[in-house]
Design a protein around this ligand. Structure first.
Ligand code: GDP
Length: 304
């Protein structure tokens, strides 16, 4: 367990975070998306990235600088004022003043779209859910909305893959994106997936953030890392949602926390600042309420 202390900062970080973090290689990512981003007073993590300015660097403590490199610090939170109870359990996510109203009361399937330009045009914010086939995406969506069989439309390998919009509480969308990495899909179909989903990420103005699902029951997969790197390079805000964290160690396999640690070590080589991450299980409900709270703060900030 890494214990971090400063003036008002006492944070117990999960054991799979190393005590030191190497900084910057090829890119940093945009942690927030807000249409008025440039005109708002910025206290966001992305605006407080480490700089080469010695004056700026001297103005925060080493502990705060360390916390900033491992934690997801939302807008409105002073890094020096973070306390342990502000960090969601099983995650690196600090909860700030924009969090609230996270529970899902109503969810309605709206439409399936074959192209980004066919998606709903009502300007409501949306959070997209993406992951390798079999990662547990349908299970997670059903767990979040507490309904069975909501996320079925994009499930069948080889069938037309569509962008599915679900309207939540009449105010925002969950977007179920086609899974990538179907073992049996032809190269042509893989290329199609790539072209059309990338088009969605690059052109969808109302996309607040992507939840990139990573299966914690297996070691890091190249296809997931490629996807994360692509999103990062293209400034698409993302949260790593580790799925199947309830799974016990297989005969020869590693535990979920070991797989998560290995994944994060690779991510740190490519990202200057670690994206938000959270551990979940659709079987036990681990991380469900915490993830909804995190989604609420991303969304509410976007709405400002
Ligand atoms: P999708 O293809 O990404 O939509 O994945 P599914 O939601 O259909 O899940 C794929 C498989 O993983 C199914 O057999 C699920 O029962 C299983 N699964 C999904 N989530 C979990 C989880 O949190 N824990 C465990 N142990 N199994 C899960």
């Amino acid at each position: 367990m890494v214990l971090l202390r400063c003036r008002s900062l006492t944070i117990n970080l999960p054991p799979f975070l190393p005590s030191h973090f190497q900084s910057q290689k090829f890119h940093t990512i945009r942690l927030f998306r807000n249409p008025n981003f440039n005109s708002l007073p910025q206290i966001s993590a992305s605006s407080s990235l480490p700089t080469n300015n010695p004056t700026t660097n001297r103005s925060i403590s080493d502990a705060a600088r360390f916390a900033r490199s491992v934690l997801f610090v939302p807008p409105g939170v002073d890094i020096e004022e973070i306390t342990e109870d502000m960090v969601l359990p099983g995650s690196n996510i600090v909860i700030g003043p924009f969090a609230g109203h996270s529970q899902i009361k109503e969810v309605v399937f709206v439409k399936s779209s074959a192209r980004a330009r066919d998606c709903p045009k009502d300007d409501r914010p949306e959070i997209a859910i993406l992951g390798r086939s079999n990662v547990g995406k349908s299970s997670l969506i059903n767990c979040l909305v507490r309904k069975k069989e909501v996320a079925l439309t994009s499930k069948k390998p080889g069938k037309t893959q569509l962008i599915n919009h679900f309207l939540v509480n009449k105010s925002w969308y969950i977007v179920d994106l086609p899974g990538y990495g179907f073992a049996k899909v032809s190269d042509a179909a893989k290329t199609d997936w790539s072209a059309f989903t990338k088009g969605y990420f690059l052109n969808r103005d109302t996309l607040v953030s992507v939840l990139l699902l990573i299966d914690a029951s297996v070691p890091p997969q190249k296809i997931d890392l490629d996807c994360a790197n692509w999103l990062g390079r293209n400034n698409v805000p993302m949260t790593f949602v580790f799925t199947k964290c309830d799974k016990m160690k297989a005969a020869k396999g590693k535990r979920p926390d070991e797989n998560i640690k290995a994944f994060q070590q690779i991510i740190r080589e490519n990202f200057k600042q670690h994206p938000p991450w959270i551990m979940t299980s659709s079987v036990s409900g681990l991380g469900r309420d915490e993830l909804l709270l995190h989604m609420s703060q991303l969304r509410n900030y976007w709405d400002q």
